[in-house]
Design a protein around this ligand. Structure first.
Ligand SMILES: [Zn+2]
Length: 214
């Protein structure tokens, strides 16, 4: 199967008229403080996975529910980027995972998790990549303790770059085993889009109470 060629990403923007694109560089000095949120991940439990090869990168389809304050979001799929797409003060983590949810209004919300290579980190992704049909514990892909998140409105990061996507970026990074990282690189090397102009969008840092507590 052909894969999306990130060398030609400059021409992707012609697929959309939207000016509020993702990813972005999150600049700490320019963050606004937003209201606290309760991020309830107890619905992201053990689930059977179905891996589907797609041009934009392998997608892992599974069941799950995220609750933000009292609102429920249904998990549609997740995937991984080799090299983070969102930057923090210009710095990229080694990998970024996107949990893609359907909002109650039919729109899209993406929860982004960031990983830094760590020799002693547990193997989290081998089962996901190589043992299809098995059940995996989604919470193991999230940091256990999250104190705040970054939120803003943007787009999906692959064509057709669907707009009006709510983003939640979890700043606390999780260690990733070099073997897991090599698996991403082998499948979809450097599949990260360059950061896009903010165009005046507010970017908020919001304190979080994460459930369940580990
Ligand atoms: Zn993505």
């Amino acid at each position: 199967m052909n894969k999306l060629d990130y060398h030609y990403q400059d021409v992707w923007r012609f697929t959309t008229m939207a000016t509020c694109q993702s990813p972005i560089d999150v600049v700490a000095a320019k963050l606004q403080t937003g209201p606290a949120m309760v991020l309830d991940c107890s619905g992201l439990q053990t689930t059977a996975l179905e891996r589907k090869k797609q041009v934009i990168g392998d997608q892992f389809f599974c069941q799950g529910l995220l609750r933000i304050d009292q609102q429920a979001y249904s998990l549609i799929r997740f995937h991984v980027h080799d090299g983070a797409e969102h930057l923090f003060d210009g710095q990229a983590a080694d990998a970024e995972l996107h949990f893609v949810f359907q909002r109650p209004d039919g729109g899209t919300l993406v929860l982004a998790i960031f990983y830094e290579e760590e020799a002693e980190a547990p193997l989290r992704f081998q089962k996901i990549y190589h043992n299809q049909g098995q059940r995996v514990q989604l919470q193991s892909l999230l940091p256990a303790d999250v104190s705040s998140v970054i939120t803003y409105r943007g787009s999906l990061t692959t064509p057709p770059l669907k707009k009006d996507v709510d983003w939640i970026l979890v700043k606390e990074k999780l260690g990733i085993n070099p073997v897991d990282l090599a698996t991403f690189k082998q499948d979809y090397p450097d599949n990260h889009r360059a950061v896009q102009p903010l165009n005046g969008r507010p970017v908020q840092q919001r304190p979080v109470k994460m459930l369940p507590k580990s």
